[in-house]
Design a protein around this ligand. Structure first.
Ligand code: ARG
Length: 550
């Protein structure tokens, strides 16, 4: 248990004993302007049916907790003021015990969680809009792993469906073989765009595509062969980018993997009396939502049918505590339908649609209009620009620029509430003086440059008197709470914001107080070391590497 958890526990136990109430009824705010810990009493006074005055009197009389210098009552709040010597000691004990592992927990021990993320569609390059899912999913993977969960990472490739009927149609009619051999990904994109353009002029093309897809689903050998080629090319391209980003998966089960099972789900729904049929179409009726179609009139399966089968498979194989789907806001209604249908089918679980907004990069991106921005180009450009932040004489410039450039892209995405749209510009993400990744990486460099000057750090009993020291140790002590909170809400930005605040606290400390030449040298050095570990672990949770120099 971490220092901050111990104190919370103490407060809760004590109050619940005195007042004879459940610990869940007691809320605790940290480090507010009133008191270091603060408990609102309104609700308690209501539920116990005694006046605030009465409540305060009882508490004043009976409360007896260590750690605190004083306890006050103000406007319906009970405020606890820490004794910072005791508190710093307690936090440093955590540090001594865990060192590089500070922040890790085992609350997820023995539990499994599945994260479905990235999941791009084959036949198209990975666009910047799929970047968000990839980055958010990877961060959530790290956060839950840090909490002790066993995390299963799945890339639910979009490799089945009508669009492959369309693509195969285009491939068969318009392929430029030479270009395909030179740059297959680009040629596939050209085909995709061309099909959509032609479709506008000639809507009957879709009928052709539907026929092709229906044949594909029935196992037509020639079509399967073409499909395999398309899939392989795309997958190779995706993996190249994942490698660049330092992101990986445990399984690549595409939608195609679930076609057979999807057919079975249709039968199952019919047999259970859940499915209705109309003109060959099959659908499941849902409470307060539009019905979920699970079979088209030509008997082929849909995205939803394959998702039902995938969920069933996951439950059976892993018995997870939760399944997270990291997918954009535009599929909000779809996931409500899907989860509701799964419940009706008897496959319930804690399903979560971890939704997110767009990346605004000079207007909404859309491959369909042919205005695609290639992810790889963006990443390479960020790395190139990152070189401008590095002192020219560094030998490892290339390697460091890669960490800064990729970190900047990831941090931009993770540093605000995921449900909102995020703006992207190179100026913003690489701004050393803003809320940016280079700023955090620089904090780490600064801390390390101090640490490099000493041979060994002595473990002393800290006695912090200065405001800057106290603010810093308070911030550090919050790290475990922030991780839990960000896991609870599936919101990595809580960690990102925290790291920014920590950096600011550190710079204030560093700029105000002498370290190596002071008589508090040892305890201040410990504080520097501690900060550097928290920054490193925090950035790790966002999928970002630290650098030793820049
Ligand atoms: N391939 C889909 C798309 O790009 C995302 C799939 C998300 N995962 C899922 N199980 N539905 O829109």
């Amino acid at each position: 248990m971490y220092a901050i958890e111990k104190i919370q526990k103490e407060i809760k136990e004590e109050l619940s004993k005195i007042l004879n109430i459940n610990e869940e009824e007691i809320m605790i705010n940290f480090f507010t302007n009133f008191g270091d810990f603060s408990v609102p009493l309104f609700k308690i006074s209501k539920s116990k049916n005694i006046s605030l005055n009465e409540l305060e009197k009882i508490l004043k009389e009976k409360i007896k907790i260590d750690f605190f210098d004083k306890i006050t009552f103000d406007n319906g709040y009970m405020n606890f003021y820490l004794n910072f010597d005791n508190f710093s000691n307690l936090v440093f004990e955590d540090f001594k015990r865990l060192k590089e592992k500070y922040g890790e927990m085992n609350i997820g021990k023995g539990k499994r969680i599945i994260i479905d993320y990235s999941s791009p569609n084959i036949g198209k390059p990975l666009g910047i809009s799929h970047l968000r899912s990839t980055i958010i999913g990877d961060s959530l993977y790290r956060i839950f792993k840090f909490l002790g969960y066993k995390v299963i990472r799945i890339n639910h490739l979009g490799d089945w469906g009508l669009q492959y009927g369309q693509l195969i149609y285009a491939y068969k009619h318009w392929l430029n073989k030479k270009n395909f051999e030179k740059n297959p990904v680009k040629e596939l994109l050209r085909l995709y765009v061309k099909f959509n353009k032609e479709l506008k002029q000639n809507p009957s093309l879709n009928e052709e595509a539907k026929k092709i897809f229906a044949r594909l689903e029935k196992g037509d050998k020639e079509l399967i062969k073409i499909w395999n080629v398309l899939r392989k090319i795309s997958l190779k391209e995706f993996k190249k980018i994942y490698k660049l980003l330092g992101i990986s998966f445990d399984y690549y089960f595409g939608e195609s993997f679930f076609v057979k099972e999807a057919k079975k789900i249709i039968e199952e729904a019919k047999n259970k009396g859940i499915a209705k049929e109309k003109d060959g179409m099959v659908f499941i009726e849902l409470n307060n939502l539009i019905p979920l179609i699970i079979q088209k009139s030509d008997e082929s399966t849909l995205y939803a049918t394959r998702d039902l089968a995938a969920a069933k498979y996951r439950l059976k194989r892993w018995k997870p505590e939760k399944i997270l789907y990291v997918v954009g806001n535009d599929q909000k209604l779809y996931f409500e339908q899907l989860f509701s249908a799964l419940k009706i089918l008897g496959y319930d679980c804690d399903y979560q649609h971890v939704n997110f907004g767009l990346i605004l990069f000079k207007g909404k991106l859309s491959t369909r209009k042919g205005k695609i921005i290639f992810l790889e180009e963006i990443i390479k450009k960020a790395i190139e620009k990152a070189k401008g932040l590095i002192k020219t004489d560094l030998k490892e410039k290339e390697k460091i620029a890669k960490k800064i450039g990729i970190g900047a892209i990831k941090f931009n995405d993770l540093s605000q509430n995921r449900e909102k749209d995020v703006e992207f510009s190179f100026e913003k993400i690489l701004n050393m003086f803003g809320r940016s990744c280079p700023y955090l990486q620089y904090t780490y460099v600064r801390a390390n440059s101090v640490l490099k000057k000493v041979k060994k750090i002595k473990y002393v009993k800290p006695e912090f008197k200065e405001k800057e020291e106290i603010e810093l140790i308070k911030r550090i002590s919050l790290f475990p709470e922030i991780i839990k909170e960000s896991a609870k809400n599936y919101q990595p930005y809580l960690i990102a914001n925290y790291l920014y605040d920590l950096s600011k606290d550190f710079h204030k400390f560093y700029e105000t107080l002498p370290i190596l030449k002071s008589k508090e040298k040892d305890s201040r050095l410990l504080l520097v070391k501690f900060t550097s570990i928290v920054i490193k672990n925090g950035l790790y949770l966002l999928g970002i590497d630290t650098v030793d120099r820049m």
